[in-house]
Design a protein around this ligand. Structure first.
Ligand code: MLT
Length: 205
């Protein structure tokens, strides 16, 4: 375990980029899983890719759940705060710009990225949420004014119902985020088309 509290991979930004992607894998993934996706989305950005610390039947996740789609909210909040601390510590340790961190999360990783936007908005300059759900309903509305968020979703996703996607995008917009949402004829799996769409979105930032 690293002194920063998470097993993780780190790569510094290249070619004058100041951006770092906080790369967050899905259930059963690890810190290496999404590196190719992150590289496609922004090849010059730095990468900070932690491994989720919760194990479900041996599969790493970023927070506990009671059942499929039913989150342990207390654990989610605790783990979100832990992740926020990790990002802050890593920015000091590695010297990257903490104001230029964009989350790229898939599934469980997208859910903790959304939770981070809700709980600690200043941690993220923006987010790519691939197959995300509503993490929880904040008691106090976070200020996400002007934050760019890209969401992608599968029309036939058996894990993320369309109503969840709609609700999350409405919440993010209500809190001020600048949300772009893209639907694909797909299930829960990440597709090349949505990675391309996220890449185009990132180029426009
Ligand atoms: C979650 O538990 O975060 C979501 O259900 C997505 C997943 O299956 O990991």
């Amino acid at each position: 375990m690293s002194a920063l509290g998470f097993i993780h991979r780190y790569e510094p930004p290249r070619e004058g980029s100041r951006r770092t992607l906080l790369v967050l894998h899905g259930t059963g993934g690890d810190e290496n899983d999404m590196l190719a996706v992150a590289d496609q989305i922004d090849r010059n950005a730095g990468i900070l890719s932690p491994r989720g610390k919760v194990l479900e039947a041996g599969m790493p996740r970023f927070f506990r759940r009671h059942a499929e789609g039913v989150f342990d909210e207390e654990d989610l909040k605790f783990r979100t705060d832990e992740l926020v601390e990790f990002v802050a510590g890593a920015s000091v340790e590695y010297g990257f710009d903490a104001s230029q961190v964009i989350a790229v999360g898939y599934s469980n990783g997208a859910n903790i990225a959304a939770s981070t936007l809700f709980r600690a908005p200043s941690t993220l300059a923006g987010a790519v949420l691939l197959h995300a759900m509503v993490p929880f309903t904040p008691e106090q509305e976070p200020d996400l004014s002007g934050k760019p968020v890209f969401m992608s979703a599968g029309e036939n996703d058996p894990i993320v119902p369309a109503a969840q996607v709609a609700r999350l995008s409405e919440m993010l917009r209500r809190y001020g985020a600048n949300v772009q949402i893209a639907w694909f004829q797909a299930g829960h799996r990440l597709t090349l088309d949505e990675v391309r769409a996220a890449t185009d979105w990132m180029k426009g930032l």
